[in-house]
Structure formats: C-alpha cells, structure tokens
Write a protein of this length. Structure first.
Length: 402
C-alpha cells in the first residue's frame, strides 16, 4: 500500500473498524478466496491480508500456517491502487532482507491486488507467494484483481449482514420493551383504578360510619394521586425526549436542592426503616434548573428506597471538586453487571425488579439522565449486587450560566 498521509491512514483504519473487518479472523469464505487465488496463479500460498491498527491480519489463508507468517508479509504494505508484482524478492532491495525471504518459506515471488473499500480506501490485499521466481500471465493478473474485488464486496456484505442482525435484535428488544411497558403501565394504572372503583361503590352504597367513609375517601385520594403522578411522569419523559420541556438554568446551590429532595422522601424512608444521611457541609454552586435537578434527585432517592431493604442506609452528598456534583448512594440490592448498560433506557426494568414484584414503570433513571443531559451534564452509576448502588450527577459550573 502506498504511504498515505496521516489523515488518509486514520480514515482507512476507521473504515476497517466501521466494517468490523477484523472482528473475526480468519473466516472460511475469505480462505476460499485465498485458495482460488493460489489455484488461478499456480502458487503454493494465497492470502487475504488486511492491514489493521495492530499490524497485518490474515482474513483468509491457504497453503501456509497463518501463525508462522503472521505479520511477516512486507510486500502488502507497498500495494497501492494497482497490482504489485515482485518477480524475485532477492533482487528487490525493498524485500531482499525480509525474514519471509531469507527464512522459511523463502518467498521469491509475490503478487498482490488491493482490496479497496466502498470509501476508496485500500484495506489490504489478495496476494499469492511462491518460493520460485516467476511472473503472472495477463489472465492470472486479471483473476487476482477480480478476487480482490470479490473480497472487498464480501467485507461489505458481512458488514450489511451484521447491521441487519443488529437492527433485528433492536427491533426484538424494542418489542419486548414495549410489551414490558404495556404490562407495567397496565398494572400501575389498573391497580389504583380498581381500588378507586371498589371504594367508590362502597361509599355510594352508603351505610358506612363517618370515620370509615373518611378513611375510604383518603384511599381514593391516594390512588388518584398515584395515577396523576404516573401520567405526569410519562408526559415529562416525552417532553424531555422531544426537548420541549421548560428549562430555566440559573445559579443554584446543589446542597440546598439535596436538602429539599431529602425532605420530600424522608417520611417514606423512615416508613421503610431506612437511615438517610446528608453530607453537604458547604454551598455547591452550579448552573442548573433547580426544579429539574431536584426532580432528578427525588427520582434517585425513590429508587434507593424501593431497592434498599429495611435497616439499610441511603447517603446523599454534594461537593464542588472538580465540578458541581450531587450523589445518592444506598446499601440496596444493587444492579447486575449485565443490566448496568440498560438501566437508563426508557421503561427498562431489571429482571430482579420483576422477580421481586418491586413497583415502578422503569422511567425514573431515564428521566434523571434526560434531565442531566438537558444541562449538558453527566450521569455516572456504579453498582454491585453485594454493595448497593451509587449514582452521581455532574453539572456545569455557575460560570456557564447565561
């Protein structure tokens, strides 16, 4: 391959990465191309050799133990847009001292045609080698160039097949997620609605004493609030996704917002026999929409309460170094490594939550991430099933406020 400029080389390597060309090496289809090249050219060795970030990698090979010559084919790096033919490497000052020439398999003859991607980058070669000095016929040269074109086409086809399988998998995941969401929302709406309907029938039928009737009305009010909260959360998530949610950043103290968020959940935490500790020794100024960030903190605290058994601890902290940061950690059930990458997805509920019938719609962490991203901030999560979960919200400094 002719020496490209740095930007060309980076683009070429990016092309290899985008095609996932080196994810699996070697592959039978490319070894078949190497075998055909060897047969057409009447050479004992045939290779499909790609030039990656970490050196040469054989995508296909024939007539040679790949591990014995891996990375030792200096000819391929000199192949440009046209076929390169070296009749006798011993007489070529570029290659006469190469280990592949002076030691086994003592290559004298080499011919390689470029494997050119759809973005016009030379990714490697289809090449043949022989311990005898010689030349190819015109028909053999055309065959080698054709096989190199077939290798490039096969790389593209493998890439499109991979993309298609990823799309199918995502569609399947989306379908499963949709079904989970429908089941969850159906349960979260149907349960309070059924309760409201039952209590309304009892109140309407009469015959209740004043104390019982008042208690039933309080249950109806609680369940109505639960439904309204769910609808509000779904609408908020939709507006955050569409970037239409009202957003008014200002200089705010994260320590104050942490105090307010804890005040909102402290009764529920105590009812669950959880200890809540607040670490905010000083002001932590940030550029943020106070209502949005407080809402994000409450979402994190809600999750911590749901997934921490009685007797557990929840800690809330805020600090300035190096960026304005708020953190909620707990000693709860934690998140399995396989679920970590999904917990911020819309409507995602970990299998543990399903198995333990822990309530929720799977939108709390999604809303939190969307709120922080609206601020151009960062959300980081660390979790272990044995140690609990820690979620950190990192926000812009107050100097960035309009």
């Amino acid at each position: 391959m002719s020496a490209p400029g740095p930007s060309d080389e980076n683009a070429r390597l990016d092309d290899l990465d985008d095609l996932h060309a080196l994810d699996v090496v070697p592959e039978p289809e490319f070894s078949a191309i190497a075998e055909l090249a060897a047969q057409f050219c009447r050479a004992p060795i045939g290779l499909v050799n790609l030039l990656g970030r970490d050196g040469q990698r054989f995508k296909g090979h024939h007539g040679v133990d790949a591990s014995a010559v891996q990375g030792r084919v200096p000819f391929c790096a000199h192949v440009g847009r046209d076929l390169l033919e070296v009749p006798d490497a011993v007489d070529d000052e570029r290659f006469c001292g190469a280990s592949l020439v002076v030691r086994d398999p003592h290559v004298r003859f080499y011919a390689g045609a470029p494997v050119v991607s759809g973005h016009d980058h030379v990714l490697g070669t289809v090449c043949v080698m022989d311990p005898r000095p010689r030349r190819l016929s015109d028909d053999q040269r055309r065959a080698l160039v054709t096989l190199a074109g077939n290798a490039a086409g096969l790389l593209e086809l493998h890439h499109y097949a991979l993309q298609a399988s990823q799309v199918v998998r995502r569609l399947q995941e989306a379908g499963e997620l949709k079904n989970t969401f429908l089941r969850t929302v159906n349960h979260e709406l149907r349960t309070p609605l059924t309760s409201i309907r039952s209590y309304l029938h009892l109140v309407r039928d009469g015959g209740l004493d004043a104390v019982t009737e008042q208690r039933f009305l309080e249950v109806i009010e609680r369940n109505s609030d639960r439904i309204l909260k769910l609808i509000d959360e779904l609408l908020l998530m939709a507006s955050l996704t569409a970037r239409t949610a009202p957003f008014a950043p200002d200089r705010v103290d994260l320590a104050v917002l942490a105090h307010r968020a804890v005040d909102q959940i402290i009764d529920r935490a105590r009812a669950g026999r959880l200890t809540v500790t607040l670490h905010t020794p000083q002001a932590v100024m940030a550029c943020a929409d106070p209502a949005r960030v407080q809402h994000a903190l409450v979402q994190l605290l809600d999750n911590a309460i749901k997934f921490t058994p009685p007797g557990g601890r929840i800690e809330v902290a805020a600090w300035n170094d190096p960026d304005p940061t708020a953190e909620v950690s707990d000693t709860g059930m934690g998140i399995a490594p396989a679920d970590i990458e999904h917990v911020f997805d819309d409507f995602y509920r970990a299998p543990e939550a399903e198995q333990r019938a822990i309530g929720g719609t799977g939108i709390g962490l999604s809303i939190t991430r969307k709120i922080i991203e609206l601020h151009d901030g960062t959300v980081r999560i660390d979790s272990d099933p044995a140690d609990g979960t820690r979620v950190r919200l990192i926000l812009p400094a107050p100097l960035s406020c309009p």
